[in-house]
Design a protein around this ligand. Structure first.
Ligand code: HEC
Ligand code: HEC
Length: 183
């Protein structure tokens, strides 16, 4: 039986194609994770949230010397809730808000990290409170702070896609074998 050459080539190319498309899925997930609306809270053990100038991607440490402390909620000095209420201030440069307002644990650090580093972290249960990728997708779908990234208040650019889309990208990436980029 003669197999058309095009089909042979397609079969040979398929693993590479599948890998490329899975990495493309990750690229879109990372587009959200690395957006200012997400990284400004996902900071490291210096416990300092970041600010981005509205309309510019240049981040700087949160004004007024705010430091979240080890509690990650500012309990040691000035609690986040002193200024951040349950909803966004409706004036430009007013403090945004949600039901709770605090930083994630320092080992969920994304700010300034490479795509490969964030990818490795998200797959390491020691750094995700034991969550697998499906549980991370559920968190994205359900969590109020994650949702804030798409409703950030006046003057702030929302994260790309939507919470639902990000959750389904994560599930798709998991099905595709969840590969990480090299850098
Ligand atoms: C106001 C601060 C804040 C913002 C803004 C924020 N997060 Fe988070 N994030 C948190 C906190 C707090 C946790 C820890 C919650 C937990 O583990 O239950 C967290 C945890 C997560 C986790 C779980 C990570 C893991 O390793 O288990 C994901 C995923 C996540 N956030 C996604 C996002 C995305 C996507 C955005 C932007 C659209 C975002 N977050 C914006 C505070 C924030
Ligand atoms: C003294 C008041 C005050 C305190 C306390 C405070 N913030 Fe803020 N925060 C603000 C104001 C005002 C803004 C809005 C700044 C702007 O848009 O120009 C803001 C904005 C933010 C943003 C959004 C930045 C962005 O560009 O997406 C994050 C994240 C943030 N604060 C985290 C925190 C955390 C975490 C704490 C507690 C450790 C905290 N803040 C404590 C006043 C405060």
């Amino acid at each position: 039986m003669r197999v058309p050459i095009a089909i042979v080539l397609l079969a040979l190319a398929y693993p590479a194609y599948a890998q490329d498309s899975a990495l493309e899925t990750w690229r879109r997930i990372h587009e959200v994770f690395s957006h200012a609306r997400c990284t400004n809270c996902h900071v490291g053990s210096d416990n300092r949230p970041m600010w981005s100038e509205p309309g510019r991607m240049l981040p700087r440490p949160h004004g007024m010397n705010v430091n979240a402390g080890e509690s990650r909620i500012g309990a040691e000095t000035l609690p986040c809730g002193t200024c951040h209420g349950k909803s966004n201030a409706q004036i430009p440069h007013g403090p945004p808000g949600a039901e709770v307002w605090l930083l994630p644990p320092a080992n969920m650090h994304w700010f300034g990290k490479t795509s490969a580093e964030i990818c490795a972290q998200i797959k390491d249960p020691n750094r995700t409170r034991g969550r697998g990728i499906d549980a991370i997708a559920d968190h994205v779908r359900d969590d109020k702070l994650v949702h804030w990234g798409w409703t950030p208040g006046p003057g702030r650019a929302p994260a790309p896609y939507s919470a639902e889309q990000l959750a389904s990208l994560l599930r798709q990436w998991q099905k595709e074998g969840a590969p990480c980029p090299n850098e």
